[in-house]
Design a protein around this ligand. Structure first.
Ligand SMILES: Cc1ncc(COP(=O)(O)O)c(C=O)c1O
Length: 390
């Protein structure tokens, strides 16, 4: 009998992977010899700081680190994460029960629905948004209910607009501020509204705050857990990936409600065996060591942001300057579909951007520029864009 290779329904339900199409176009352009400027990828081009690499090298030589780690992470890492969190946000955490080590925040956001969502349950998911929130929901048999993020509401969801029958079936609310892809930031008042909403409807809040440290102009994004009562209703995800340019290292953490974290931990004991302890030692070095590296990357991304925002404005293309993240969320200038615009930029200017619709239908009309190449290349990308008849 031939192998039955038909994919499971949960994979078939995933929307088509838009980035596959972009990747194909990129490959074709490169094959034609086009000098591509890739502003599509949210992956830092800067190297991890040397003291973190040294910590890994030292820890990798220790035989005690070669064994299976505990799924919840070294207590020393969880202590470092709790201390960093208290220092940054003024919120105290019990490292033993209120911090869980993750293989990057992606792993935590993908797995949390498996702990709390049954088939037929609803998960409230921002649109546009990081695609993993919806994918994790589908994998758990749940239904995402998309919350549109619109410019007129500063890209904050209208929680009051969720219908009562949806609320009754909702188990989790995903939020992400500073936001990918819109770069919007949420004020503490919004998180107050979220805590009241979660309490009124018994919904678990999962706030993805992984961009909290890529902030500009002296602005400091608040944490969801700064609101009194937030720990009763939810958790927050953080990561070493972007603040310390460690995307390849795979280390992050979740903090907050101990029962929610215990549920996520139950899933993890069954699907992974934690983070390589040497990487956790490196994570401790990142979180507890000198923080001048983070100040440096902020300066670099802020400079690049200014090149993009200033450049687009000079071309007569209005755009808001983000206060955090390393993304610029810009309106498509000629009113065309974001996919067409992104494809035009690639074909006619050799510049790669991400069409907003790739993050959900409410992303239509926008495109995302990632500030992950150096400023001279960014300036060149803007110059090439300026040569296009719009
Ligand atoms: C909003 C958001 N959450 C999570 C992640 C995943 O990060 P990590 O490397 O910590 O898994 C990303 C990565 O781009 C992201 O944009």
């Amino acid at each position: 009998m031939s192998l039955r290779l038909e994919l499971a329904d949960r994979l078939k339900r995933l929307p088509p992977y838009l980035f596959a199409e972009i990747d194909r176009h990129k490959q074709e352009a490169r094959a034609r010899g086009v000098d591509l400027i890739d502003l599509g990828i949210g992956d830092p081009d800067l190297p991890t700081p040397p003291h973190v690499i040294d910590a890994l090298a030292r820890a990798a030589r220790e035989p005690r680190n070669h064994r299976y780690p505990d799924y919840e992470g070294l207590l020393a890492f969880r202590r470092a994460a709790a201390a960093w969190y208290t220092d940054r946000f003024g919120v105290t955490l019990d490292p033993a029960t209120e911090v869980l080590t993750l293989i990057g925040s992606k792993e935590g956001t993908a797995h949390i629905p498996l702990a709390f969502v049954n088939p037929g349950d609803v998960v409230l998911v921002p649109d546009p948004g990081y695609p993993v929130y919806a994918a994790g929901t589908w994998f758990a048999g749940g239904e995402p209910y998309f919350l549109p993020l619109r410019a007129e509401r500063d890209f904050l969801p209208d929680l009051g607009a969720v219908p009562a029958d949806v609320l009754r079936r909702s188990r989790i609310l995903f939020l992400n501020y500073p936001n990918n892809p819109t770069a919007a930031c949420a004020p503490l008042e919004f998180f107050r509204e979220v805590v009241a909403f979660a309490k009124a409807h018994g919904i678990i809040v999962c706030h993805d705050a992984m961009y909290s440290e890529l902030r500009f102009d002296g602005y400091t994004p608040p944490s969801f857990l700064q609101v009194p009562g937030a720990k009763d209703v939810g958790i927050e995800f953080h990561s070493c990936s972007k603040s310390y340019s460690m995307t390849g290292w795979r280390i992050g953490f979740a903090v907050g409600n101990r029962q929610v974290l215990a549920g996520l931990g139950r899933v993890k004991t069954n699907v992974d065996s934690g983070v390589f302890q040497a990487v956790q030692e490196a994570g401790i070095a990142a979180l507890s060591g000198p923080q001048d590296y983070v100040a440096h990357v902020r300066r670099v991304y802020q400079e690049r942001r200014d090149v993009v925002v200033g450049g687009l404005r000079r071309l007569g293309l209005p755009v808001s300057a983000p206060r955090a993240t390393f993304f610029v969320w810009a309106p498509v200038p000629d009113g065309s579909e974001s996919r067409k615009w992104a494809s035009r930029l690639l074909q006619e200017a050799g510049v790669v951007v991400t069409p907003g619709v790739g993050f959900g239908p409410s992303g239509e009309g926008y495109y995302r520029i990632a500030l992950t190449v150096d400023k001279t290349r960014i300036a060149e990308a803007i110059e090439r864009l300026g040569r296009l008849p719009i």
